[in-house]
Write a protein that binds this ligand. Structure first.
Ligand code: SF4
Length: 521
């Protein structure tokens, strides 16, 4: 008998599922099972809410519960069990009628096509919950977005018609687009519109703190609490785009970026003379050489690591930074390709302020094609595909990038076209919304449909946020997406065929062949 079952991320064992004592990500079987119970309780909550009186608190628990089960977010049985207890209590509060929790084994044992469609919905709403939670923290919520979580979870328990499920898959994409728009508004209202910003990869001598994850609100609070304390702050992985936001970049001690993609953290954090604060995924199993320096906050939790609670008092992190002292001399670090700086901040506002120039460059033949190369990074060696692809793109093409997949290429010097850099970093994964806005502006300028643009999406996926983004792209009718490094284990052959037939999704092959196909050369 299997000790656990999980196949929600790209690195799942044998590209079929993690089933033993521990998943490839380091999640132990008991934790995986507690997470399944948590999702089962959320389905119970969704049913209870249907004829009950859910409140804002119910919505918050829904978001927290789903976010908790995203890959590399929570490895702590105690916090998962505590959250489940809160959900059970909430059920009693919103409805006197009792609805049982759902047994997730039923889902894992479904017919593979039904299981596949339901997994697309479930993993999609997990990713969407993370975005909705970030927006919620910044004071923005949306009724339709919130209600969809309940509707989708009820369908996972009760719906078995593949056609209905397929339409719910696309509805997940539609609602997630709205959710990303909400988060974009929340971020830009709070921190301003990102501006292009060059970010050093050198770590200056002296005390510092590394901040990982996506939560810009936590970053702002930490910057405020470390003001004038002689402590420098460095972004890590998905936090890099923080440098582009005016309300964050105004702090002079926000100095640069530490390291590369999340998957390299165990070697990059080895003996680091500074604390690391994880605000969201991706936290990996913590190694001893830096285990006394890891702090978590928000939804992230890891056994025995110090957790900063809702009061957001970062004093323990600050104390640790002073205690560790940082490097004695400036430490010159590089990106994955040896570059010493990277540039971020090309969100929709920054790119669209150059729209007229970009359109002109396309019209006079100086820009022949746009690529969106990005998504989540991971450890698979085959992910070098994305670096090789970027290097092979002709000099008359522009690369939009986003999410942590950007680290495969963001330190490459690919030059510029009439002052427009050839690599434009739109931001975090949720800033796929920016890329979509840019594509929409191009369709307007050229008077054509999105599939007629000289634009190709070459995406990498790892965890569940990539799933909801992919569904949003499909909802928009975007075709010919190249997807790698592997097709998700939870997409059954029949569901894959349906997606290929309708959207011509293409598994990545070699950069040379794919480029030849795309450019027709
Ligand atoms: Fe396996 Fe990914 Fe699940 Fe971890 S999150 S147990 S690696 S499928």
């Amino acid at each position: 008998m299997n000790e656990m079952f999980c196949f929600q991320c790209q690195q799942t064992a044998h590209n079929t599922g993690c089933e033993g004592k521990i998943g490839v990500c380091g999640k132990k079987a008991d934790t995986a099972n507690y997470q399944d119970e948590l999702v089962g309780a959320l389905i119970g909550l969704a049913k209870t809410a249907e004829h009950g009186n859910p409140t804002d608190r119910t919505d918050e628990l829904m978001l927290k519960g789903l976010f908790t089960t995203i890959t590399n977010v929570n490895f702590n049985n105690e916090t998962i069990k505590k959250l489940k207890t809160e959900i059970e209590q909430e059920k009693g509060r919103i409805n006197s009628e009792r609805f049982e929790d759902y047994d997730m084994k039923k889902l894992w044992d479904e017919h593979q096509d039904v299981r596949s469609l339901k997994s697309l919905i479930l993993f999609g709403i997990k990713g969407m919950a993370a975005y909705a939670y970030h927006a919620f923290i910044l004071g923005k919520t949306d009724k339709e977005v919130n209600e969809f979580f309940y509707k989708a979870l009820r369908a996972i328990a009760d719906e078995s018609d593949p056609d209905v499920l397929l339409s719910l898959v696309l509805e997940t994409g539609r609602v997630n687009l709205k959710c990303m728009e909400m988060l974009d508004a929340a971020n830009t209202d709070a921190f301003g519109d990102p501006v292009p910003t060059e970010v050093p990869l050198t770590i200056e001598k002296g005390p510092f703190i590394v901040v990982s994850g996506h939560d810009l609100h936590d970053m702002k609070l930490l910057l405020e609490q470390t003001k004038d304390k002689g402590i420098n702050i460095y972004t890590h992985s998905e936090m890099l785009p923080a440098h582009g936001y005016p309300e964050l970049k105004k702090y002079p001690h926000l100095k640069g970026n530490f390291g590369t993609g999340w998957q390299n953290q165990q070697s990059e954090f080895h003996n680091i003379p500074a604390p690391i604060l994880f605000t969201t995924n991706c936290i990996m199993p913590v190694r001893q050489s830096y285990s006394d320096r890891v702090f978590t906050t928000s939804i992230v939790s890891y056994p025995e690591m110090v957790h900063i609670g809702d009061d957001k008092d970062f004093s323990p992190v600050i104390k640790k930074a002073i205690e560790c002292g940082g490097y004695d001399e400036d430490r010159h670090m590089t990106g994955m390709n040896g570059g010493s700086t990277v540039t971020t901040g090309f969100a929709h506002n920054a790119v669209l302020s150059n729209a007229a120039k970009i359109v002109e460059l396309v019209k006079n033949g100086k820009i022949k094609h746009f690529f969106l190369i990005g998504g989540c990074d991971g450890a698979a060696p085959s992910r070098s595909y994305y670096t090789d692809f970027a290097k092979l793109t002709p000099p008359d093409t522009i690369i939009l990038t986003l999410a942590c997949g950007k680290y495969r290429l963001n330190d490459l010097d690919l030059g510029s076209i009439d002052g427009i850099p050839r690599i434009l970093d739109c931001g975090q994964c949720n800033d796929a919304y920016s890329a979509i806005k840019i594509a929409a502006a191009l369709t307007e300028a050229f008077g054509c449909g999105v599939n007629d643009l000289p634009l190709t999406l070459v995406l990498s996926w790892y965890e569940q946020k990539a799933v909801c983004i992919l569904l949003s792209l499909l909802h928009l009718g975007i075709k010919n997406i190249y997807l790698g490094p592997t097709i998700p284990a939870f997409v059954s052959p029949n569901v894959l065929k349906a997606l290929v037939d309708s959207y011509q999704i293409t598994p990545t092959s070699t950069p040379e062949d794919d480029l030849r196909n795309i450019l027709g050369k």
